[in-house]
Design a protein around this ligand. Structure first.
Ligand SMILES: NC(=O)c1ccc[n+]([C@@H]2O[C@H](COP(=O)([O-])OP(=O)(O)OC[C@H]3O[C@@H](n4cnc5c(N)ncnc54)[C@H](OP(=O)(O)O)[C@@H]3O)[C@@H](O)[C@H]2O)c1
Length: 319
């Protein structure tokens, strides 16, 4: 099955309960969504699994018509752990395979739920290609075992990909990356496309309800860029819809989270007038290179600030 053009995100951002998110998944299936972006760390796969099971028994949809994503969390990268993590996710989601399984972050660093943004886990460490490849070998085994149809990487950078791609027996088919008009990541996006890796754009609306730990005063909201506001007015839609249309039209797959607007996001993004060439050019120029999901809580002791996670000067920080 080809990946659908748009999906539903399921990270409740510590604000929406698993019940609310599962309710949105049910409504979204009924409305026509076929792609769902789940992850073990979102803490709601068991309830979403009940919704999938119900949808299959009620003949709302067949398993093979859904495209279901999950991700292994950072505390399960160790030898043998990825199989356990995948088995738990499959059990929770009540599935016998996933369409894509992602390595959620490219290092085994994690934080306690709700921890302070300056907290440093003493076990955290910088990216290390050999360690990542040990984790990727386990991902490749999941494909061999038929538990996942394809595997992908998330929150990667070009310097990291340059190190690991040549070593992959099974290449990543998909990449999850932050992608919205205020953070277009054109270089990484083009690198993925050149390497036959399909970009899946997370936080496509600029994650207005992201956890407080991910907010800084310099953040720029994609939905408040003057260019987006002007185009939204011309199309008579909410600026969020322009962000989603832009993502689809540049060749990404957006996975917006929503408990209130998922129906109109689906209809207006896919079934109303597309953005014109001029509008796309205007949005391209509006990029602010403003990363919102910075990952501060994954820093290791002795690291500088969050920029160290993203290899911005082409060098992998830390060792
Ligand atoms: N791989 C990774 O590391 C990673 C990181 C972050 C996120 N993700 C994935 O990407 C998904 C989406 O990212 P996100 O949740 O950070 O942010 P997002 O999709 O950019 O923004 C979601 C927020 O936008 C609001 N919204 C949606 N449509 C709207 C509309 N038409 N008008 C007004 N507001 C609207 C939603 O509120 P309402 O509920 O009121 O509509 C929701 O609070 C996540 O759920 C997760 O699945 C992956």
């Amino acid at each position: 099955m080809n990946i659908p053009k748009i999906g539903l995100g399921t990270f409740g951002s510590d604000r929406f309960t698993p019940e609310q998110v599962a309710g949105a998944v049910k409504g979204a299936i009924e409305h026509g969504y076929r792609l769902f972006d789940c992850a073990a760390v979102y803490g709601n796969e068991d309830l979403i699994g009940k919704v999938f099971e119900e949808a299959f028994t009620e003949n709302l949809v067949k398993r093979e018509e859904l495209f279901i994503i999950s991700k292994v969390w950072n505390d399960m990268h160790g030898k043998g752990d990825i199989l356990l993590a995948c088995a738990k996710t499959l059990k929770d989601l009540r599935l016998d395979y996933l369409d894509i399984y992602f390595v959620h972050w490219p290092f085994p660093n994690y934080h306690a739920p709700g921890c302070d943004i300056d907290a440093r886990n003493p076990d955290s460490r910088p990216f290390f290609a050999d360690e990542f490849m040990a984790c990727w070998r386990q991902m490749e085994r999941l494909v061999d075992m038929g538990l996942v149809k394809s595997i992908g990487m998330s929150n990667m950078t070009i310097p990291k990909l340059e190190l690991v791609l040549p070593q992959c027996r099974i290449k990543p088919e998909f990449m999850e990356l932050e992608l919205h008009p205020a953070f277009q990541q054109e270089e990484l996006f083009n690198y993925c496309v050149k390497n036959n890796i399909k970009p899946i754009g997370y936080s496509p609306i600029g994650s207005p309800n992201r956890p407080e730990r991910d907010k800084t005063p310099e953040d720029i909201a994609a939905t408040e860029l003057p260019e987006i506001l002007e185009i939204a007015e011309a199309h008579g839609v909410h600026p969020a819809v322009i962000c989603l249309k832009w993502s689809v039209q540049i060749g990404a797959v957006p996975i917006p989270f929503s408990v209130n607007n998922y129906k109109s996001n689906f209809d207006l993004t896919l079934n109303t007038k597309p953005l014109s060439g001029d509008e796309l050019a205007k949005i391209k120029k509006a990029d602010k290179n403003c990363r919102l999901i910075k990952g501060q809580v994954f820093l290791w002791e002795g690291a500088g600030d969050w920029h160290d996670l993203w290899d911005e000067n082409g060098v992998i920080a830390g060792w």
